[in-house]
Design a protein. Sequence first.
Length: 343
Amino acid sequence: MSYKICKQNDDCIVLQDTGGIIDFVFGIGMAAMGAGIIYLGWFGYQDTGEIFMPLIIALVGSCLFFPMFKRNRLTIDATRKEVVKTKSWFGITKEKETVTNNNLSLLEMSGFITGEFNAFFDRQEIVRHHYALKFYSFPEWHITIRNVSTMINVVMFFEKHFDTDLALVVQHKRHKFSTKGLLKDHKPTALPTGDLVHESGFQQLTIGGMPFTSLRFWLFAMSTIGISFFISIFILFFSESVFTPYVSLPVQYALSALLIGFFSWVFFYRAAGTKLRIYNDTLIVKHGVFNEKTYKRSDIIGVVNITRNTYLVTRLGAEWLAFRLPTQHSYAIHSWLIPYLKH
């Protein structure tokens, strides 16, 4: 399991390693099964009077029943300047470790991927992205965080209230978690040539997508809209005997229109890419045609690659920008953004 924030205010963050609804339902099922096995052990003792075998059965049931009531928590207290890790059973704390601000020299962020090998051979397998925080302290801790936004949220809390240094690992190299520290070797990287990352206007950068002057743009447009058009013709005119007994003709027209609309939307969305635009005191992040978010420039940390995803990192969390973008390109985006940031 990975930690998620279960409580947060101005002076404290509490993280807990409980999962989502699936983990909760699974835990309830395991606890119920464990309770049933314990009951069978007790019932066997009442029926036969033997102690040894019913005791073993009850112990097996306990292994399934009691983990449901175990809680691991991490409490970050800004008032006391300490981080406390606890393990509790039925609400009673059994283990407790404390790290004070003086004992914490560095907080390191990293990301890693699992399941790639299995997913390569079986497309139904899921490639999982994990995010971790490593506390360089005594005792030394290493915890897994549920998602990158939660990790950034926790790190921003440390930056505000603690005196420890912050670092981010990119391609096995540690970077200081700051605007200038996220540069490659502390030197700006020029924008690459090509359409993958390019300036598309005044104080505007486009990531991915294809410009209207590109031959690839028009080939992609003709292929996507053409495929939807020919599929619609097949549905309406060449498949009467297949679909008409089951789907009425007006519904077929509606489905054809939706199909053409969907492929056209895919075309415009892919062609538009993600745009970063500086406007007055804000940074506008525009995904596709309609999805747009606005951030204050003073809240922007920069752009980084984590687990093959490129993120815009802000003090309010992380904003996804692109997938499988070369790390060199993310350095270039970060370098382009630095002159516009206010710190």
